[in-house]
Design a protein around this ligand. Structure first.
Ligand code: HEM
Ligand SMILES: CC(C)=CCC/C(C)=C/CC/C(C)=C/COP(=O)(O)OP(=O)(O)O
Length: 302
């Protein structure tokens, strides 16, 4: 384990490195889906407790991201996309990242349990453990199916938000979990197609590296079909209203269109935006839109 000597000249960058360790951009969507889960749940929660619950999801997710980078510092150093993270770039020692991640994991779970209930805290703990142990340590270095199973970690936040209010888990949060679960493979494999060389260099068995582009494009298309069913399930089960129904229908149709372009593409055309890049970008907007629509249905049209 390396240790960096304390250098006062590094001080201004110091807190920024801890923020970077939480993968703040990715976590915005994680927190947003958690917030939506909380907002659509029936029942009352004091605004301060609601805020605390969302804060705990953010802190827990950030802590899990820190532990992911603590474990993967050597891998991140080999990839262009991740080489400038605080650990591989040498701006932070591994032990600080470990203490930060473990400390905040305990803090977020215990605070959530005390502020809301222990079911919500348990699900937060499970998602942190899932991301760190099942995905990062166990599956990611071993199998190309890593994100299909490991991706479940990122699907828990709406369940946590819901449970924080109700103390239980019912059909709608399960449906929202399934939506994120089946959304994750197209989201990630689209990106993996255009950073394939990075993963190959780091020796990570991501699908495009192990099975090739054609298989990956087919799998993206297959998971998009399953995701479409998951996206429409809340409508068919009458768990949501018209705004979600229309948003999910149109949003998913566009998702399927982009996924189909990814599926069809064989040769790269440097003059146009790559379909996989477009699908990746749109996948993020898509989840924001659908989760936002569930909330609009519940609050504006109730
Ligand atoms: C195992 C599952 C997942 C994997 C492997 C994965 C992987 C990635 C990777 C490698 C990036 C590239 C950008 C970066 O390094 O910052 C990314 C971006 C992103 N991911 Fe995922 N992701 C997963 C699940 C999720 C989930 C569950 C969410 C939220 C619900 C999410 C939200 C985002 C967002 C918002 C970005 C864009 C960040 C930016 O603007 O830079 N991802 N994802
Ligand atoms: C509440 C809670 C604990 C939520 C966890 C959220 C979660 C698991 C999000 C997954 C998203 C993510 C950053 C994947 C990155 O994969 P990677 O780590 O393989 O990406 P990298 O190559 O950029 O390190």
């Amino acid at each position: 384990m390396t240790s960096v000597t304390f250098d006062e000249a590094l001080l201004p960058a110091h807190w920024r490195d801890f923020v970077a360790l939480t993968k703040p951009r990715v976590m915005t969507l994680v927190v947003f889906t958690g917030l939506c889960g909380l907002l659509v749940a029936p029942g009352h929660i004091h605004p301060i407790l609601a805020f605390t619950a969302i804060l705990c999801i953010a802190i827990g997710a950030g802590a899990a991201a820190a532990l992911n980078q603590w474990y993967e510092a050597d891998i991140d150093a080999k990839m262009k996309r991740t080489a400038n993270r605080p650990l591989p770039a040498g701006r932070m020692d591994r032990q600080s990242a470990l203490h930060f991640g473990v400390g905040l994991s305990f803090f977020s779970v215990i605070l959530l349990g005390m502020a809301t209930n222990w079911l919500a805290a348990l699900v937060l703990a499970v998602s942190i453990l899932f991301y760190v142990f099942i995905y990062t340590i166990w599956l990611k270095p071993r199998t190309a199916q890593n994100i299909v199973i490991g991706g479940a970690a990122g699907a828990f936040p709406p369940v946590i938000g819901w449970a924080a209010v109700t103390g239980d888990i019912s059909a709608l949060p399960v449906a929202l979990f399934m939506l994120i679960f089946f959304w994750t493979p197209p989201h990630f494999w689209a990106l993996a197609l255009f950073v394939k060389t990075d993963y190959a260099a780091a020796g990570i068995p991501m699908l495009p590296v192990v099975s090739g582009e054609v298989v990956t494009r087919r799998q993206i298309w297959a998971y998009t079909a399953i995701m479409a069913v998951a996206a429409m399930a809340p409508v068919l089960l009458q768990l949501t209203g018209l705004v979600y129904g229309v948003t999910a229908l149109l949003g998913t149709a566009l998702f399927a269109f982009f996924a189909f372009q990814v599926y069809r593409r064989r040769e790269s055309d440097p003059t146009r935006m790559q379909p996989e890049r477009r699908l990746f970008k749109y996948s993020i907007l898509y989840l924001f839109l659908l989760f936002g629509a569930v909330v609009v249905d519940r609050w504006v049209l109730a």
